[in-house]
Each structure stands twice: as C-alpha cells, then as structure tokens.
Ligand binder design. Structure first.
Ligand SMILES: [Zn+2]
Ligand SMILES: [Zn+2]
Length: 118
C-alpha cells in the first residue's frame, strides 16, 4: 500500500513545535486549490519532516456571502486572501513519541493565504 517508501536517515520524533522558519518555508511550497465551492485544499511540504501533506479548509466566507454581502465589494478570492490559518502537519509517517490519536510530526505554523495565492 506504500509504493514509494522512503527510508529517512533519522526519524524525527513527534514534538509540538513552532518555528519562524516553518511559516516562511511553507509559504514557498504551499499552493491553494479550490476543490468545490467553499472548500479549498492546501497542498505543500511540511517544513519540519518534509512530508507531502494536504489540508482541507471550509471557506466560511462563502456562507456569509449567500446571506448577503458585507459591503457589496470584493470577490471570493480577495476574501480568502485576507485569511490566515494555523496549519498543523498531518503527515502519516511514523514519528516516535507520537500519541495514538495524533497525526503528523507536531509541527505547526501560521499560513497567510495572501502569500500563497498567486
Ligand atoms: Zn512527518
Ligand atoms: Zn511534519
């Protein structure tokens, strides 16, 4: 079930950490894809364990929209671009010391959508 198995030199232990470099790295590698109206998918590489991850987001702006536009201005894209979200690594790799009900390597960072959208 794992066609491309990699054997990293040293497994990174699970640790909930934030580092300024994470956000910067993630901004450079992440892309945003709109998969359906109101749902976006962030693709990218975890800045800590370098696994490919994807994180879905419900764009709540769309729901507000259907009830009535705030100021009658802007598009869905511009509303999305003002957002920032805390991203947590959701890789499915093995990381020592990881609690059973957790995924990822523990890395988290703030991702500003406006810096990701091109
Ligand atoms: Zn990982
Ligand atoms: Zn990770």
């Amino acid at each position: 079930m794992s066609p491309n198995r990699r054997s990293p030199a040293e497994p990174i232990p699970y640790e909930e950490v934030n580092h300024p470099d994470f956000a910067q790295h993630a901004t450079q590698t992440f892309t945003i894809e709109t998969v359906s109206p109101g749902i976006v998918l962030l693709h990218g590489t975890c800045p800590r364990c370098h696994a490919r991850i994807q994180v879905p987001f419900v764009d709540k702006v769309f729901r507000t929209w259907s009830k009535g536009r705030p100021d009658g201005r802007g598009s869905g894209e511009s509303a999305l671009s003002g957002r920032q979200e805390t991203i947590i690594c959701t890789c499915e790799e093995q990381h020592p010391n990881r609690p059973d009900d957790h995924v990822g390597c523990g890395a988290y960072w703030i991702l500003r959508f406006e810096q990701v959208i091109q």
